[in-house]
Design a protein around this ligand. Structure first.
Ligand code: ZN
Length: 442
């Protein structure tokens, strides 16, 4: 992602600047051929398509030069006119409802305004380069839809093609496994796209198996919630170590622990570790606590949180505030989020939303495997704005394993047997999550 993002952002900046003398850094100019297709005028006219060489630097051979939306709210069709055949994949994203068409590299020569006026079920659509060698069309729909048909039709003798996607209304918003897989692939492509940041990539051997980051909350000066016999930081570290052991025992994962001792780790460092290791799953472990002593004996059970701008309820919001304050409480400053320019925000947003879908999928599997092993809270699937979950590229969940303010639950959470049950449940969910992915792609 870094390369495409950096280039687009820098191009936007260059347009505003009157200084043309300073040459852009080499890191940015190098991968220019691909993102330039989206950011500026076409580099090569489509006619100049020469040989069949598929070198990465070759000019994009296919151009999308027109698109039209036809139909009504009962059935709507988007047709894209192409100068040649493409590979494509269509899937939906939820919240808000969208349909994504991923294409092998295509140069868009139609004006962006083409996508502003929709019809029927299509509110609007936008298109552009997505990652190295990949283009994308995102259709905003008026509500949940089903992709009724996709067709790539040959038109005439000159090799022109027409890609049609037909949409009908749908009552369900549940994504199919294929769609989840497509979202995974989309994120993976961005993550492994050329970004020139060799230092950020794990060694080649490590790439073959998924990297999972286990994030035991708090540590060191930051004790987390206090129980009668101990602190949150010790329970979550014990569970994290057990989980680490179980995952490594499968031989199928690379595991990174954000801490493996009683040390303080700033939230930002936890995020960085996830990013640098190109984690495919990030699991943060915590225990909750109730301030109100009178309720402490009644409230218990585990809850799994995913990221959301707004909290699913007041309690979730307060909890996120509490966990997010960890750095402040420990005397470490939380770096303020940059103002972020529009282009960057849009790309981040799109990517993050796909990742969110995967996190929800993983949370469902967690529910399935935890249900029989440990007690869940009354409302075990919630969302809130946790700093540690703000990851555009990695599906991330935060598990509040139980309430340390509940005497019996605290005692239980400190037992090795319970910790093993939790680790086994999480391992089973992880196995489930990745085996589905393999089944679709291999
Ligand atoms: Zn915590």
């Amino acid at each position: 992602m870094a390369c495409t993002l950096a280039f687009v952002v820098l191009t936007a900046a260059a347009q505003q600047s009157t200084h043309e003398k300073t040459p852009p850094p080499a890191k940015v100019t190098e991968p220019a051929p691909t993102p330039a297709a989206a950011a500026g005028p076409s580099l090569t006219p489509p006619e100049s398509r020469s040989d069949k060489s598929d070198a990465a630097a070759a000019p994009p051979p296919v151009t999308a030069d027109g698109a039209a939306v036809t139909g009504d709210p009962a059935r709507t069709r988007l047709a894209i006119d192409l100068t040649g055949p493409v590979e494509f994949q269509v899937f939906r994203l939820t919240a808000p409802a969208r349909v994504v068409i991923d294409l092998s590299h295509v140069e868009f020569t139609m004006p962006p305004a083409v996508g502003r006026a929709g019809a029927g079920l299509v509110r609007s659509f936008r298109f552009g380069a997505f990652a190295t060698g990949k283009s994308r069309v995102v259709i905003e729909t008026t509500g949940p839809v089903k992709v009724e048909a996709t067709r790539l039709l040959r038109e005439g003798a000159r090799g022109r093609h027409r890609l049609e996607v037909e949409l009908v209304p749908s009552a369900t918003v549940e994504l199919t496994e294929g769609e989840v897989a497509a979202a995974i692939e989309g994120v993976a492509r961005l993550k492994h796209g050329e970004d020139g940041n060799a230092h950020a990539a794990p060694p080649p051997a490590a790439r073959k198996i998924p990297t999972i980051v286990i994030d035991p909350g708090h540590g060191g000066v930051d004790t987390g919630a206090e129980g009668v016999a101990g602190s949150e930081k010790d329970i979550v570290l014990a569970v994290a170590r057990e989980l680490n052991r179980e995952l490594l025992a499968t031989g199928r994962y690379r595991v990174v622990m954000t801490r493996n001792s009683d040390v303080f780790v700033p939230l930002e460092r936890r995020l960085k570790l996830s990013q640098q290791n190109q984690a495919q799953l990030f699991i943060s472990l915590h225990t909750d606590s109730l301030e109100k002593r009178e309720l402490a004996g009644a409230i218990r059970g585990a809850t799994i949180y995913t990221l959301s701008q707004g909290a699913s309820d007041e309690q979730a919001r307060r909890l996120a505030d509490k966990e997010n304050a960890a750095d402040l409480l420990a005397g470490a400053q939380l770096k303020s989020e940059g103002a972020g320019d529009d282009v960057k925000t849009i790309l981040y947003d799109l990517l993050a939303r796909e990742t969110d879908g995967l996190a929800l999928n993983f949370r469902q599997l967690m529910m399935k495997h935890m249900r029989n092993r440990i007690r869940l809270s009354r409302d075990p699937q919630r969302a809130a704005n946790f700093v540690v979950l703000r990851q555009a590229e990695t599906p991330a969940v935060l598990i509040e394993l139980g309430f340390i303010s509940h005497a019996e639950e605290e005692k239980q959470m400190r037992s090795t047997e319970w910790q093993r049950q939790v680790a086994t449940a999480i391992t089973a969910a992880i196995e489930d999550y990745f085996s589905k992915r393999k089944a679709i792609f291999r």
